[in-house]
Design a protein around this ligand. Structure first.
Ligand code: 13P
Length: 249
């Protein structure tokens, strides 16, 4: 059985000094666990601090929240995959709902970013999710499958088998509303079936995380839902003791 993955997406929070204080507290209250993996996605400026603080902990890894699809060049304000890898990141979020809906990231861009991640040796965590209108019109599965296929379009099956996927319904992010465990299981099942073809039958190798208003109270039931292999957490990952408790779920 795969170990559950607990991923903290700090979004635009935790400056370097805040990240340092957080990790001091978290590492003191969370000794190494053999049966779960913890990922931190700090803002780019705090990546080095988190890498440093967790370097002796094989159960903890660090990722970036975004990359540009080019490896270097005149792209003011952007961060590349190779420089993220050089700073110690091993993962990258691609296609997060806020990138798609606040910054207008297209499906073509998600595919370019996934390819850039692989060139640099970063594992992409591909985020997919439907809006409330899409859910209400019965399009949930069609939307998330289309987003998944588009993001993975350039990859060979063995590369797809090395990705992670996160299902985050847009209407559940930061709203206090979560998918029911049944809704999450239905969406995750559809993603798993699609991954079967995309991985040449290695779909079980791909962790599929649920995200959207996860907290200590609902983490257990969501994690117990079918095909849910981990949790991608925003707000409830920002306070060290709360996160330490959630990760023990
Ligand atoms: P919240 O947990 O704050 O709803 O955010 C979810 C999310 O977007 C994680 O990537």
């Amino acid at each position: 059985m795969r170990h559950p993955v607990f991923a903290a997406n700090w979004k635009m929070n935790q400056a370097p000094a805040d990240a340092k204080a957080f990790l001091k507290q978290f590492m003191a209250s969370y000794p190494r666990q053999q049966d779960r993996q913890v990922l931190f996605f700090p803002p780019a400026l705090s990546v080095s601090v988190v890498v440093d603080a967790t370097k002796d902990r094989p159960d903890i890894a660090v990722g970036v929240q975004n990359i540009h699809w080019e490896d270097a060049g005149a792209f003011t304000g952007e961060t590349s995959a190779p420089m993220s890898r050089a700073a110690g990141a091993r993962f990258v979020l691609v296609g997060h709902s806020e990138r798609r809906h606040v910054f207008g990231e297209t499906e073509e861009q998600t595919s370019l970013k996934v390819a850039a991640a692989f060139r640099a040796g970063l594992v992409p965590m591909i985020c997919v999710g439907e809006t409330l209108a899409q859910r209400e019109s019965g399009d949930t599965n069609a939307v998330i499958i289309r987003q998944l296929r588009a993001a993975l379009a350039t990859l060979a099956p063995n590369q797809v088998a090395n990705c992670m996927v996160a299902y985050e319904p847009v209407w559940a992010i930061g709203t206090g509303k979560t998918a029911t465990p049944d809704d999450a299981a239905t969406a995750h099942r559809a993603l798993r079936l699609e991954l079967k073809g995309l991985t040449n039958d290695r779909e079980e190798a791909v962790p599929i995380l649920y995200g959207g208003s996860v907290n200590r109270g609902n983490a257990g039931v969501l994690l117990a839902a079918g095909d849910v292999d981990g949790l991608l957490v925003g707000g409830a990952s920002l306070e060290a003791d709360g996160w330490s408790g959630l990760v023990r779920t």
